[in-house]
Design a binder for this molecule. Sequence first.
Ligand code: FMN
Length: 323
Amino acid sequence: MRTSLTTLLGVEHPILNAPMTPQAGGALARAVAEAGGFGMLGFDEDETRASLEEQVALAWGHSRLERARFGIGLVRWVLDRRPELIEMAIAAQPALVSISFGDPAPFVARFHDAGILVASQVQSKAWAETALAAGVDLLVAQGTEGGGHTGNVGTLPLLQIVLDLAGSVPVAVAGGVATGRGLAAVLAAGAGAGWIGTPFLLAAEARSNAAAQARLAAVDETQTVLTSAFDRVQHKAWPSEFRGRALRNDFTDAWNEREDGLTTEAEQNFYQAKADRNYDIANLYAGQSVGLVREVRAASNIVRELASGAECRLRAAAELVGA
Ligand SMILES: Cc1cc2nc3c(=O)[nH]c(=O)nc-3n(C[C@H](O)[C@H](O)[C@H](O)COP(=O)(O)O)c2cc1C
């Protein structure tokens, strides 16, 4: 398959793994890139410099050539708190960075000067206009179905809005793309790639623990909730318009939309549950496509199945118009 984004990124398949923190580390990015996709790793607010450098080394080591197939995900408001992440990202020399959840404008020129493409995940027409005005090289239409922090508009309406607006700027799609059918649908609509998170939480190479993966494999598509409760209990500075899509559990049942009432006891219980990997209380961010993932698999299998499934569906779709 050849799309605007396979051409821009120089990859075989129109598939990027989403820069999920901390689950998308170096091993996952490398496995996705080796399978012909584009490998992304996320720079987490809470992770040390040494640990991030270790993940970069795991992904692309010291080979300049290989760097062409890797990217780093940054979160806009985190850059105000940890500006050193910008220098670290430039030093790693990825082909692409994403700057999401805010206006990327103050940083775009610095990355461009270093020869690095810039993407931004956008959640509405207004955010798409902001990112385009900032001069990003690709837009990622991020629908509310997606796992982790996101907005309130569904992938399909958002994609149509963003594609109409983007002109010649390529568009990737985040939120709910989990099978060849889903990938084919967004490519047929005019997108250049899928920016895929939740299915890769169950990749063998993800930094997900076994208890988390077992829980993700067991739940269906109805079991997620969009909430600020986990941000509030952890005192994270996420802007309130970006809530996190996570598995519903006892904690979200008790505190979602009642975050102002969070108690010290609830906070202590939360941190204990996190340490114990007790996901009745601790957070597991995941999108609605969690209902489509059932087992832990090698990332290369996930990439190949997405690509071959999409190709098959696109060929079938072409027959609809006699192509
Ligand atoms: C566990 C998890 C952590 C995430 N962390 C980040 C992050 O640090 N930075 C970011 O830009 N996006 C992050 N995301 C959002 C993804 O980039 C992407 O938008 C989303 O996973 C796509 O939807 P899907 O989960 O339905 O595939 C995260 C998603 C998940 C599931």
